[in-house]
Design a protein around this ligand. Sequence first.
Ligand SMILES: *[C@@H]1O[C@H](CO)[C@@H](O)[C@H](O)[C@H]1NC(C)=O
Length: 302
Amino acid sequence: GPKPMDVSTTPHEIFSADVTVLEGHSSEVFACAWSPAGSLLASGSGDSTARIWTIPDGPCGSIQSSPASGHVLKHFKGRTNEKSKDVTTLDWNGEGTLLATGSYDGQARIWSRDGELKQTLFKHKGPIFSLKWNRKGDFLLSGSVDKTAIVWDTKTWECKQQFEFHSAPTLDVDWRNNNSFATCSTDNMIYVCKIGDPRPVKTFSGHQSEVNAIKWDPTGSLLASCSDDWTAKIWSVKQDKCVYDFKEHTKEIYTIRWSPTGPGTNNPNQQLLLASASFDSSIKLWEVEKGHLLYSLAGHRY
Ligand SMILES: *[C@@H]1O[C@H](CO)[C@@H](O)[C@H](O)[C@H]1NC(C)=O
């Protein structure tokens, strides 16, 4: 087939006149997420706050200042910001009615879309780096530097089950379906876990360094992972060794995304692709059916 092209000449540049700037955070912003119900954007920052922004319809190009255009979700009591309460991760539930935030203080917090604190979930003994609702909305999953992952029952807000399989910090978690999920860690391992099961239902070993992120494909049959070992890998629960090992990046890979295409999606006739982003400053697109590199996007300079 054709050689993977460097398509560095064709990125679409967005000019500042077409950008809305959201001002208010006083420290770095770690995460942001659109509400599935629309027009609300949540952001989490090192200033110990999360913010919910109301983004009006119509063209971009304005400056919006918080708190005037939304809500400030304070992760501290009193006046001073504490570094220990960095908001590292956040996720909306499927209806867009509740926002979960994970913090460096090891607590998960549940907020209404109006910015009201509904619950504080204590049990982790270290920072939370990943937090996800399942599709059904009956469980919330958190992964922590304390090495464990916890499934929270969202009716009672009690810990349904704590999973203690990793030997080092859990960096990412991802639901496979409503009852099962995967976790990855700085211990180079990936575990597939099921609620009610005291042991991992599958162990994926093969990465030579920290596994930074994992994502199930749209049908929950393939798991993609990326690592500080410069590789992205694709796994299937039907086999122990990875299905594909993508080795073309020349530095650490810190995040990956599946395309919303292929069987079981709204675009069933378009092929399924995986995108990976690396400290080598390239984005690579992988054709999953054939297991090879399709494009290398080299427009970024750093
Ligand atoms: C999860 O639960 C939701 C709501 O009950 C359902 O629509 C969805 O199909 C379930 N997902 C899977 C993968 O079973």
